[in-house]
Design a protein around this ligand. Sequence first.
Ligand code: DLL
Length: 434
Amino acid sequence: MIWNKEFECMSEKKLKALQLERLKQTVQRAYEKVPYYRKKFDEVGLKPEDIKTLDDIKNIPFTSKADLREVYPFGMFASSLSEIVEIHMSSGTTGKPVVAGYTRNDIDIWAEVMARCLTMAGATKDDIVQNCYGYGLFTGGFGVHYGAHKIGAMVVPASAGNTRRQIEIMRDFGTTILTCTPSYALYMAEVAQEMGIEPTTLKLKAGCFGAEMWTEQMRKEIEKRFNLNALNIYGLTEIIGPGVAHECIEKKGLHVFEDHFYVEVIDPDTGDSLPDGKRGELVLTTLTREGMPMLRFRTKDITSLIREKCSCGRTFARIERIRGRTDDMIKVRGVMIFPYQIERTILEVQGVEPHYQIIITRPQHLDEIEVMVEMSKETFSDEVKHVENLRKKLEKRIEETIGIRVKVTLVEPKSLPRSEGKAKRVIDKRSLID
Ligand code: DLL
């Protein structure tokens, strides 16, 4: 089912015309109402009237998280505070947080794009959506909530945490759609089993999982454990929250809601646009936001654009699943590594659980990577010889994937920290040592 055919299946010509009209309005609004944008435009000698084609967007300076922090808290707002009806904040742990402001209209748009996401997961008014994204300043909880309301589904605002109760609710209410981070989904499967509830016997049919990086292997694992369709949902506080892009049931990339968000992929070093299919940094521009228009926001997320027609019927371009961030790329001994490469390898090997942590140290001028992986229950009670063979096999496989030696440590089942929100996969101790 498609939530809004008129827009989601729009012809390229119509979409481009709509985008241009909306881009012009957004630029005008940003220039007039946000002194920070006006200053940036004036610095490069750009006027809103100079935006005559969609391609002219390339002349607009980028906006970064640092820009937003500089004008903390409300400096990016293009509406008066009396028009702002809701505030959210990024979950970032470093520096000042980023504040996002929404007008009534922005909330309606958020509900619309989130309704589209949930519809892609098969949600209708007859579904029960258990929303385990955190409610509060984080955008996950409220975003899903508004979308579920718009559809008319029954939303269970469970928020994150109290995992045993989550499972009871899921069983007792007959939850059909689950929304949470992928790492929390796996944790819930584990807790269900501990409680003697086989997760596949629950009524779940689909889940919208996102807010953190995950791999195709992790998808398979979640699907197997719960017997559901695990779909990928993407978004970020600066743009709207969840609801920027979502996977349709084809599971071949995430459709970006291009009537509300303009999408580009750039070379993170040069800032130049990259052709479709080439991996680079995702840059997003809001086309309809009133409260906080974002012009060419550099997300730091690495992906590529797919413009081939999708068999689901939607015409919106897709992005491939996020491959990592320009800033969570780990540089070890000069080699670029992304956590997903390690995750993928771990999940391909039998005898270990999908719970891991990557620890980077620099004992004597040389970087070292230790990958802690949980053994499965069977491995844990296996002969030492077999466990050692498994450990070596993992080391070999990871080395083949990333090109450098790592130390694998197999740890007891359930000994690594679990997360109810975004999982912390990489612990870089080098900065502490330096
Ligand atoms: O995480 C919004 C969200 C809530 C998305 C619920 C999906 C579901 P922030 O806290 O601002 O907002 O974090 C945004 O999280 O730039 C990505 O690096 C990462 N991220 C979000 N979704 C995905 C995903 C929310 N599906 C940052 N895959 C983004 C990989 C993701 N990374």
